[in-house]
Design a protein around this ligand. Structure first.
Ligand code: NAD
Length: 478
């Protein structure tokens, strides 16, 4: 397969370079070629989005919702095909990938239904004979920059509410997810996606990112990716007074209190830490355990780690597949080496993984490092988790909060008091009791505090706040 740009309703192949895409489960298998854009394609995409915006915004909200409904049906019909391609492109196990595409379908259906919901409120005026009300108005052209780790769901959780609100889009997907992005737009185009409302530009962030941010007159940017890129984007947007949203990294903790049901906690912690090979912003990467139960916790963890299956992404038995790319592999393996040299291995998956064939990394849980160690403080974004021991509840909360990140956290306990206290005490955007740190539902607000986010929220109703502005209207009548 070859990637293509979709600009103003037409397919084109940019010529500013190429990248070969190999299957991370089997690096000898070539899956396709990515064709990279330069500045001119980005500027064309912005122009096409700008041209299409008045007509799109001029349609009724209900009609825009109908279009999203058609995209949902088309995506659902192509669920299997898109999931297989995405699994081959970035290595997420097929069962999870199908779930992700279905999440995309549900997001489209959710925002399609918003087409006929209220988009403002009537506010009593102090004077008689005045009707005062608010309505949401579109921002204009929105730039959407997405990562590779949720190649379908993240773009859709931005695209769907942005379109519903009457905006048009320039979308730059991550380099390691461009075939999936091309396929998804092909599916949408076949379902009658109006020309110019989504403009897909394939290219390297380091090369075309600045064109998008500095040379285009975008009205808003929604970004998901690393904290360093997010910081950079936020500072440019602040300087140019562009509305922005940056959803960034995490270093999420699962806290296991001494009364926790380990039969519930261990599977949830393994799922949070190792599904998607730990490449979720909400992945569990710190496990904070009350010291008293460390022996029981360690024994249960070691036994459970034995059952984990590491396999190629298209194998339906895969609990986790490879990491997404050679770059990811090198980056995570540097932490694995650090962990083996500077920490103690607490539990390790014994499954044989064939690292010669693909970017497979054996899941690893380590302990014995201090709370300021890089393994505890830096986002690893791979199947490596670190255990810290806590003396009591207050110590566990202090460890949980001792990070620059604030995306998600969970606590395992049977004590309602401790659970409710943790919901108050955890300095994160998403906090859960007796559930894994990953996996927040699409109809609920998603986002973090501290360096995980620009303090905005995505998904659910919260996304509509980002992709629109509120206009306050007043009419005097006799
Ligand atoms: P990344 O920051 O390297 O890239 C993200 C996107 O930004 C890509 O499309 C990339 O091409 C683009 N980009 C890179 N440099 C740019 C620049 N100078 N200007 C404009 N765009 C640029 O991140 P990644 O490796 O693709 O994704 C992994 C990161 O994403 C992790 O840190 C993870 O925690 C984070 N993430 C966060 C969330 C969340 O909702 N908080 C969700 C998923 C992933």
């Amino acid at each position: 397969m070859h990637s293509q740009n979709w600009i103003g309703g037409e397919w084109s192949t940019p010529t500013d370079g190429e990248l070969i895409v190999n299957n991370p489960s089997n690096v000898k298998e070539q899956i396709g070629v990515i064709h990279l854009s330069g500045a001119s394609e980005v500027l064309q995409a912005e122009q096409a989005a700008r041209m299409a915006q008045p007509n799109w915004a001029g349609m009724s909200q209900a009609k825009r919702g109908d279009v999203l409904g058609r995209l949902a049906s088309a995506l659902e019909s192509s669920l299997e095909e898109l999931a297989i391609l995405a699994s081959r492109e970035m290595g997420k196990p097929i069962t999870e990938m199908k779930g992700e595409v279905m999440r995309g379908v549900n997001l489209l259906k959710y925002y399609a239904a918003e087409g006929v919901r209220a988009n403002g409120s009537v506010i009593p005026a102090s004077e008689a004979g005045v009707l005062q009300y608010t309505k949401r108005v579109p921002l204009g052209v929105v730039g959407i920059i997405t990562p590779w780790n949720f190649p379908v769901a993240i773009p859709i959780w931005k695209i769907a509410p942005a379109l519903l609100c009457g905006n048009t889009i320039v979308w730059k997907p991550a380099e390691y997810a461009c075939l999936t992005a091309t396929k998804m737009i092909q599916i949408f185009a076949q379902a009658g996606l109006p020309a110019g409302i989504i403009n897909l530009v394939i290219g390297k962030g380091s090369k075309i990112g600045d064109v998008l941010l500095e040379q285009c007159n975008l009205n808003a940017i929604s970004f998901t990716g690393s904290t360093s890129t997010g910081q950079r984007i936020a500072s440019i947007c602040a300087r140019r007074n562009i509305k922005y949203q940056t959803e960034m990294g995490g270093k999420n903790a699962a806290v296991v209190l001494k009364d926790a049901d380990l039969n519930l906690a261990i599977p949830a912690i393994l799922s949070g830490a190792f599904r998607s090979a730990g490449q979720k912003c909400t992945a569990t990467s710190r496990i904070i355990v009350e010291r008293e139960i460390m022996p029981a916790f360690t024994a249960a963890l070691q036994a459970a780690m034995e059952t984990i299956v590491v396999a190629p992404a298209l194998d339906s038995k895969a609990y986790l597949g490879p990491v997404a790319s050679g770059y990811q592999y090198d980056s995570v393996m540097a932490y694995v080496t650090m962990a083996r040299e500077q920490a103690q291995v607490l539990a390790e998956c014994k499954a044989k993984v064939s690292e010669d064939e693909g970017y497979f990394i054996t899941p690893l849980v380590v302990s014995g490092v201090s709370s300021d160690h890089p393994l505890v403080q830096e986002e690893i974004f791979g199947p490596v988790a670190v255990v810290l021991e806590a003396d009591h509840y207050e110590h566990a909360v202090a460890l949980c909060n001792a990070t620059i990140f604030g995306l998600s956290a969970s606590v395992f306990t049977k004590d309602l008091n401790q659970a409710l206290r943790f919901l108050d005490d955890a300095e994160v955007g998403m906090v859960r009791v007796n559930q894994e740190t990953a996996g927040v539902e699409y109809q609920a607000p998603f986002g973090g505090t501290k360096w995980s986010s620009s303090h905005t929220r995505e998904q659910g109703q919260a996304a509509l706040d980002f992709y629109s502005e509120i206009k306050t209207c007043a009419i005097k009548y006799n």
